[in-house]
Design a binder for this molecule. Structure first.
Ligand code: NAD
Ligand code: WQD
Length: 338
């Protein structure tokens, strides 16, 4: 196949898992990352798992000239743009930082694509663009409601920019709207490694189970859901990585008449916070110390995907269960705390 792909944010959680699937399927991958939320060991792990040496560029994407100089002599067929800051709480405290980094990086990537005449883009969007949806499950046609955070707003703005850019330059772009990615690679060599206190549920559960955290706070049990705790559509990271492979194959082989396409990437099933905790306990035979506390600001009660379009159009389907998700998360946590 030998298509060349530039992967921004490729050393992060989703990027690293995706690079493995791309390389294992014959794509030639180069990575740009500034390590603001990842470690260089992730590059070594990808190389170890795939047996392939990767071109890596340590560049901050908000610095256009540096990026252009570093990549001047390279040619790419596709860009996959993962690089972004993703902490919802940090974005509430520092909204400008999120606009500057997430929108600034995207604008530079689009400028670079125009300069290098790269005609295909795959973008990391999020279910957060839907806000608090009016009806469930959410389809790609569901409207964007008020963003619950500046982070969410950066994803709404990014999608709009990509839509306009793709139509203006008649290029094919795809945004994948991820639901809640969890779990780790089967090798146990890569997974999610939050810097500091985890914000997301599954890493917090894992760190509590291993003893790094005393107790998990469950944010609210008075939601209108099956057991009162919020419901989300958790998706295994390897299924998510394979959705990128499917989207890259679509961009490579098929010229869609629609220049900009979006796909929900979730399992279509919702699990409550308590269901996830109980699955983790049962599958891994560990205890989780938790207590119910007040609601977390900005949380919605329930969201899960309609993934019909991605199943049909991308010829992709999620294969992993909630049990696989919590099992691989725990295996990864034990590996990094050995
Ligand atoms: P991550 O933080 O693990 O990975 C992002 C990577 O981008 C990191 O390696 C970071 O160092 C790099 N980066 C950030 N800003 C950069 C910059 N200016 N220049 C160069 N590199 C930069 O996050 P992730 O979970 O892998 O998320 C990847 C993408 O998916 C992000 O766009 C995120 O918003 C989106 N997303 C994530 C989730 C989730 O729950 N993890 C859900 C929906 C969407
Ligand atoms: C899941 C549930 C919490 C931690 C976030 C972003 C979203 C997307 C995915 C990027 C919620 C509860 C959590 C804890 C808890 N990311 N929880 N105790 O909020 O659904 O989505 O990540 O685009 O944009 O908002 O995921 O894992 O933080 O929370 O009770 O210590 O777990 O209240 O109901 P969320 P999460």
């Amino acid at each position: 196949m030998d298509k060349k792909i530039l992967v921004t944010g490729g050393l992060g959680y989703i990027g690293s898992h995706t690079c493995i699937e791309l390389i294992n399927n014959g794509f030639n991958v180069s990575i740009i990352d500034n390590l603001v939320n990842s470690e260089i060991t992730s590059l070594k792990s990808i190389e170890k798992i795939t047996g392939v040496k990767i071109n890596f560029y340590m560049v901050d994407l908000t610095d256009y000239n540096k990026m252009k100089n570093k990549l001047e002599n390279e040619n790419f067929d596709i860009v996959i743009h993962f690089a972004a800051l993703k902490s919802v709480s940090e974005s509430i405290n520092f909204p400008e930082k999120y606009m500057d980094n997430n929108i600034g990086s995207l604008k530079n990537i689009l400028k670079f694509m125009e300069y290098k005449n790269i005609k295909k883009l795959l973008f990391s969007s999020s279910c957060t663009v839907y806000g608090k949806p009016d009806s469930l499950p959410v389809t790609e046609e569901s409207i964007f409601k008020k963003p619950e955070s500046p982070y969410a707003e950066t994803k709404q703005i990014s999608e709009k920019l990509i839509d306009e850019f793709s139509n203006k330059f008649k290029q094919n772009s795809i945004s994948l709207r991820y639901f809640n990615p969890v779990g780790a690679h089967d090798s146990g060599l890569i997974g999610e490694k939050p810097k500091g206190k985890p914000e997301n549920l599954v890493p917090y559960i894992s760190e509590t189970a291993i003893g790094l955290r005393k107790s998990l706070s469950v944010f609210g049990s008075d939601y209108k859901t099956k057991d009162g705790t919020p419901v989300r559509d958790y998706i295994h990271i390897v299924d998510l990585a394979n959705a990128h492979l499917a989207a890259v194959i679509r961009l490579t082989n098929y010229k869609s008449k629609k220049y900009y396409e979006v796909f929900n990437i979730g399992t279509g099933k919702g699990y409550s916070v308590l269901e996830v905790i109980n699955a983790f306990k049962k599958v891994n035979k560990v205890d989780i110390n938790y207590k119910i506390v007040g609601r977390r600001k900005g949380d919605i009660d329930i969201i899960f995907s309609d993934n019909t379009l991605s199943r049909k159009t991308l010829n992709w389907k999620p294969k992993k269960t909630i049990e696989d998700m919590v099992e691989s998360s725990w295996r990864w946590q034990k590996n990094i705390n050995r």
